[in-house]
Design a protein around this ligand. Structure first.
Ligand SMILES: Nc1nc2c(ncn2[C@@H]2O[C@H](COP(=O)(O)OP(=O)(O)OP(=O)(O)O)[C@@H](O)[C@H]2O)c(=O)[nH]1
Ligand SMILES: [Mg+2]
Length: 197
C-alpha cells in the first residue's frame, strides 16, 4: 500500500488537493481509500467523495497525531482488511504534525512507501507565518515534498515569499507551485510526489 499523509495548516487546501490526488490515482486504475481526521462539525462532504468511487473513513473527536494515535493504528489495520487499497491518503487536522502521523502508522500495515506532502497557502502565508511561524515550521519542516497552493489568487511576491521560507525550513524537499482550484501545476506536482507504478 502506498500511503500519503497530507499536512498543512487549517484551510490550506488539504481536502481539495487530496481529492485531486485521489482522482489521479483512480485515473491510473488504482484503488484508493482516504482517511480524514476532522475535529468538530467540519465533516467532509460525503457525497463528493463517495461519488468519485473512493472508500472514505472519517475519524472525529480527537487528533490522530496525539489523542487518537491508538485509534489510528487500529483503523489502519481495519482499512487494510476491509478495503485493501493500493493507495491510502490521510488528511490529519490542520493542527496536527504530519511526521508524527507517519511515525504512528509505520509498521501497522504492509506499506510500499509513506510520504508526507506539506501544503502551504500562499495567499495567507504572510498573515499565518507572522502569527504561527514556530508551529508552521514544526508542521512542515519534515515534509518529503511541499506544495505551495492557491497560486491562482496569490501574486508572484506572495508565492516567492512562501517558497523562500519553505526552502529555508525544509531545504531538501522538492517544492511545487499548485492551485487546487484551477489545477495549475498539478501535473508536475503529481509527477514529483506520487508513486504511480
Ligand atoms: N482560490 C483557491 N482556493 C482554494 C484552493 N485550494 C483550496 N481552496 C479553498 O480554500 C478553502 C479551504 O480548502 P480545504 O481544501 O477545505 O482546506 P483544508 O486544508 O482541508 O482545510 P481544513 O481541513 O479545515 O484544515 C476552501 O474554500 C477551498 O475551496 C486554491 O488553490 N485556490
Ligand atoms: Mg480539510
Amino acid at each position: 500500500m502506498i500511503i500519503h499523509v497530507i499536512g498543512g495548516f487549517l484551510g490550506s487546501g488539504k481536502t481539495t488537493l487530496l481529492i485531486k490526488i485521489a482522482e489521479q490515482y483512480i485515473r491510473a486504475g488504482k484503488k484508493v481509500t482516504i482517511l480524514v481526521n476532522e475535529i468538530g462539525d467540519i465533516g467532509v462532504d460525503g457525497k463528493t467523495i463517495d461519488g468519485k468511487g473512493l472508500d472514505s473513513v472519517e475519524l472525529e473527536q480527537g487528533c490522530i497525531c496525539c489523542s487518537l494515535a491508538g485509534t489510528l493504528q487500529s483503523t489502519m489495520r481495519q482499512i487494510e482488511t476491509e478495503f485493501n487499497p493500493d493507495v491510502l491518503i490521510i488528511e490529519p487536522t490542520g493542527l496536527a504534525l504530519p511526521h508524527k502521523v507517519r511515525e504512528i502508522i509505520r509498521g501497522t500495515v504492509e506499506e510500499d512507501e509513506v510520504s508526507t506532502i506539506g501544503i502551504i497557502d500562499a495567499y495567507r502565508f504572510r498573515l499565518l507565518c507572522g502569527k504561527k511561524e514556530e508551529f508552521m515550521t514544526m508542521q512542515l519542516s519534515k515534509s518529503d515534498v511541499v506544495w505551495v497552493n492557491k497560486i491562482d489568487v496569490a501574486d508572484g511576491e506572495m508565492v516567492s515569499e512562501a517558497v523562500a521560507w519553505i526552502r529555508e525550513v525544509c531545504p531538501r524537499a522538492p517544492v511545487f507551485l499548485v492551485s487546487g482550484k484551477t489545477s495549475e501545476g498539478l501535473d508536475a506536482a503529481f509527477g514529483g510526489s506520487l508513486f504511480l507504478k
